[in-house]
Design a protein around this ligand. Structure first.
Ligand SMILES: NC(=O)c1ccc[n+]([C@@H]2O[C@H](COP(=O)([O-])OP(=O)(O)OC[C@H]3O[C@@H](n4cnc5c(N)ncnc54)[C@H](OP(=O)(O)O)[C@@H]3O)[C@@H](O)[C@H]2O)c1
Length: 244
């Protein structure tokens, strides 16, 4: 059985992925923005082992999430699920890009990393001149392009890790809204499959999936020069260099 940490698992796809993995007998650690949301998460997923709390829109709190995770155990998989859509650009920047960067490099390296991207990343632009916390230019689509870039950079540099990205579809969570047309169950099954399955399709790295099928992703995400610039800007902002 695997040990899996899922960020943003108080609600939505994170909570559903956590439930599914706990029901399969895996050891799941939840994460929520604060202790109140943490208690809520644990009520919703009673089979989970622990809850870690910390607000991912804050650099220091995000670093403390990594410390708490490392104090618990070494994880087999981390699902970088937490995300915001209708939020100010600086919050999108922090939660969708900087938090996954910090957690990727401060949490003891697991065997598998899964990043929640979005179909909308295809419309994103890697405009690194404006890559700043106070930037008002980062859109949701840009943020999902950058987290896909992070995933592909990790896949390129860490040959001992399976690092993959997932487009869950447009699904009826709080973020997706009630009218979202895609299948909610299919919206979390790819992440759970990538986290624990030994299928040949799941034990790969540097891929972008939709409903367990590999899909084409924005080529900017695998552009090595863009990746290097992106990683060095993240290192400057967070004080955490990319560990080789
Ligand atoms: N739903 C869709 O149609 C769709 C489509 C494409 C991609 N995605 C991606 O899939 C992932 C999950 O989305 P979802 O639909 O499940 O969204 P959701 O229902 O809004 O859930 C998002 C989760 O992230 C947590 N979160 C947000 N900001 C946080 C912060 N500052 N600190 C800690 N936790 C924070 C939320 O906590 P609270 O509950 O406390 O706010 C919640 O648990 C996201 O990365 C999203 O971008 C979703």
């Amino acid at each position: 059985m695997a040990r899996i940490l899922i960020t943003g698992s108080a609600d939505g796809l994170g909570q559903l992925a956590a439930k599914s993995l706990a029901d399969q007998g895996h050891q799941v650690v939840l994460h929520a923005r604060n202790s109140e949301r943490g208690r809520y998460a644990k009520q919703k997923v009673p089979g989970a082992e622990h809850v870690i709390s910390g607000d991912l829109s804050d650099i220091d709190e995000t670093k403390s999430v990594a410390e708490k995770a490392n104090a618990l155990c070494r994880f087999d998989a981390v699902i970088h699920n937490a995300g915001v859509y209708r939020a100010p650009p600086n919050e999108i920047f922090m939660v969708n890009i900087i938090a996954p960067y910090i957690l990727t490099f401060l949490i003891t390296k697991p065997q598998r990393l899964i990043y929640l991207s979005s179909n909308l990343h295809l419309h994103g632009r890697a405009n690194l001149e404006n890559f700043k916390m106070e930037s008002s230019h980062i859109s949701y689509s840009d943020s999902k392009l950058y987290v896909t870039m992070l995933c592909m950079a990790v896949a390129r540099q860490w040959s001992d890790v399976y690092s993959n990205a997932v487009d869950p579809g447009w699904v009826p969570t709080r973020m997706g809204g009630r009218g979202a047309p895609d299948d909610l169950q299919k919206g979390y099954e790819t992440q759970t499959w990538l986290a624990v399955s030994n299928d040949s399709g799941a034990t790969v790295s540097g891929h972008y999936f939709h409903h367990r099928t590999e899909r084409r992703y924005n080529s900017q995400a695998s552009d090595v020069l863009l990746q290097e610039k992106f990683l060095s800007l993240c290192a400057e902002i967070t004080g955490i260099p990319f560990p080789q």
